[in-house]
Design a protein. Structure first.
Length: 82
């Protein structure tokens, strides 16, 4: 399973979505598929799954609104570009 698939599986389970309701480019927060409670669970999931620390200032649409944004954010964190 790819990282994108892992994140999508978590999101679909967390938000009780069907497979066709979310993909790597779906705007999760702007389209209101996830809410603030889901966001908290998502951050914990990302931190535990990818061994990163999400700083409060990093909690923005540009980092977390789509799976592709999350993957780019994770890559930056792992590369040390905090």
């Amino acid at each position: 399973m790819t990282d994108a698939e892992t994140i999508l599986e978590f999101i679909r389970e967390e938000a009780d979505l069907e497979d066709d309701e979310a993909n790597a480019d779906t705007s999760l927060f702007r389209d209101q598929l996830l809410d603030s409670m889901n966001l908290t669970a998502l951050i914990v999931f990302l931190e535990e799954t990818f061994s990163i620390k999400v700083k409060p200032m990093d909690i923005v649409f540009e980092n977390l609104d789509t799976v592709n944004h999350m993957l780019a954010y994770i890559a930056r964190k792992k590369a040390g570009d905090d």
